[in-house]
Each structure stands twice: as structure tokens, then as C-alpha cells.
Design a protein. Sequence first.
Length: 257
Amino acid sequence: MWEMAELGLWAKKLISELLLLPAGPLILMALGLWLARKRRRFGLGLITVGLLVLVTFSLPIVANAIASGAEHEDPPLRADVVLPKDAAIVVLGGGMQQGAIDYGGETINAVTLVRIRSAVRLAARTHLPILVSGGRFPTMKGSEAEQMAAVLEQDFRTPVRWIEKESLDTPANARLSVPILGAAGITTAILVTDASHMRRARQLFEATGMPVIAAPTDYYASGPVTVLSFVPNSNALRRSAWTIHEWVGLLWSRLRR
């Protein structure tokens, strides 16, 4: 059975996917193609705009430029920073890969794996306990947090202290993780997530009253500029889509306050 909250999240994700990259420009081009039969100039104009948007955000130079502001908001956590003893490492899930037949049907996706790797390095250096956060949609066998814990413990030999397996989005990550930490006497969250996602995640955790030390990972906006930076590719389009999604999520969080 699908709960109303799950249906609401699915609806939000669907609307987001339809309006943002890459579906948004493609829908605009399809609309232009349909309108061109009777309003040729207007229809061709829509097709041109959609194509320009799609090509522009497929350029690595553009993907890096729009991500740079978000990434520079939270620099990497320096190794010489003294962390509180009553802190915990909080790793946010970044998605699942379903249909992974080599892993029994599903496992964490590449985004989550990057975050896991960063948490492993941080835990090895600080010896702080780890909380993983991520729930389960109806199409999934298990929760994202349970999969994250399995990878940490089985593949990286890194123990997980707490598993928060009910959250289905970033606001719920914060809302449900903080009480678990508080009950264990944890007063500071060392937050691990993508650099472009960190600002929104950090603000949501801080809104609960939990002090946060950012430990962002997966930087890419500061990469070198080469000839290939001006050649469209699918990875740049994916990066642009992710960054725009985060900017929209940040705006939505502010409007809801």
C-alpha cells in the first residue's frame, strides 16, 4: 500500500522530472513540433529554444559554472579541524540502483557510493560513529539506509551505529535523523553529502537545532578547462540537471519557511 506521503513525493518527483532537464526542453520541442503545423514560426521558435537549452546545459563549461556557486559555499573539511568528541558522521543517501542483478536485484547507486567512500575515510581518521539515512519507496526491496550499511560493513569493513530507514527526501533525512542522534547524546552532525547538495542539507539539519559541520564530497566544478569543456556530453547534462534540482529544492525550502 502506498501512503499519502509517498504518493505526494512521487508526484513531486514526477513534476520535477517533467519541468527540469532533460524532459523540460524535450517537451518544449515536442510542443513546438506539434504547433508548427499551424503556427510554423512560433512552433519552430519553441523547437529552437528547447534545443538551445538542451545543448547549452550539456556543455561541461556550463555545468561547471552553475555548480561552482553551490560547491564553493562549503569547502572540503580540512584534516586539521578539531571535531567534537560527541559528534557523529551522518551520511545521506543519494539514490538506489534497481535491477542490479549482480547484487541481488538492487544496491546503492554511484552517487551514494561516492558519499560512502568519503564517510569511510572520515571515520578512519576520526573514529566517530556513523548514521546512515535513507528510506524505501514501494518499488524497492529494502531501504536505502540498509543497503548503505551493508556496503559500509561488508565492502569497507566500517561499522554503522545507527540506521535511519524511513526518510524519503532531504527534509525527512534531517527530521528523522536528529532525534536518533539526540537520544544517543550526539550534539553535532558531521554531514556527508555532495558539495552541490550540502547547502540545502546543512540548512535543513540546522533548522532542527542540530549543529552541523559540513564534510562535502564529489566536487567537479573546479576541474580544468579544455577543448572538451565546449563539447556537449551526457555527463555534463546530468550534472547540470542535478545542480538545477538542488537550486530549485533550496528555493522551495525557503518558500516553505
